[in-house]
Design a protein around this ligand. Structure first.
Ligand code: ZN
Length: 229
């Protein structure tokens, strides 16, 4: 079951469909990538896979860095293990703006109150794929209101939001259905999943999606530039 507050938080998160980049029409793709399954979905066609390049986590400003670094060290470690791609939390400042792609395998986070004033409870992510349809970068806005005592968010729910938005950042969407796995957990891309403070928070559903992001490297459509060969 979702808590009321968590359900609200997740219902109001956004995927980045509006700002993803897609290259049209690949006539020469050998095999179509697999982009959805039971309890998971990729942000295709903009993002169908993750390549082997390492990733960097950066921050919009020093406040964001101070607040979010302790969480993101765990997120980065979990992603590195699950994807087999190095994800490093740096001290770099990379200013972000909603609707403007972050590229170069960088995810930059901003911690701020009501990042979308029209929907004050929202946190959101904009993820961009490159012309090969590989995940290439993202901006992530984490709503600092979740830390207000008056909002009564639990720490596990805050962690779930950070991990959930980071799932979007590397190419995951919300699944069509939200089943439970053997452990009774629903996808983290659906709802809050863990209630305790464990440092690894992705469910078996996200881990399946991560495996497919890697497997799709060879199945992904060829870039347009290769079509002339
Ligand atoms: Zn979401």
């Amino acid at each position: 079951m979702r808590t009321r507050i968590a359900a609200t938080a997740f219902a109001l998160t956004l995927t980045a469909a509006a700002v993803t980049l897609a290259a049209p029409g690949h006539a020469h793709a050998a095999t179509a990538p697999v982009v959805a399954g039971n309890g998971w979905k990729l942000n295709a066609p903009a993002i169908t896979h993750i390549d082997t390049q390492p990733w960097t986590i950066a921050f919009h400003d020093t406040t964001s860095r101070t607040k979010l670094t302790p969480y993101l060290k765990n997120t980065a470690a979990e992603l590195s293990a699950d994807l087999g791609v190095k994800v490093t939390v740096t001290t770099k400042i990379v200013p972000i703006a909603r609707g403007r792609c972050v590229t170069g395998h960088v995810i930059s986070y901003r911690y701020m109150s009501k990042p979308n004033p029209a929907v004050p409870n929202q946190s959101f992510t904009g993820a961009c794929g490159n012309t090969d349809h590989a995940a290439d970068g993202a901006y992530v806005y984490i709503n600092s209101d979740y830390w207000l005592k008056t909002r009564n968010f639990s720490e596990p729910v805050r962690m779930n939001v950070i991990w959930h938005e980071t799932g979007h950042a590397i190419g995951l969407s919300h699944p069509v259905t939200c089943p439970r796995d053997k452990n009774g957990l629903q996808p983290l891309m659906c709802a809050d999943t863990y209630r305790d403070l464990r440092t690894r928070r992705y469910s078996t559903f996200e881990r399946t999606a991560f495996k497919q992001l890697v497997a799709n490297r060879t199945a992904a459509p060829l870039p347009l530039a290769v079509g002339a060969r």
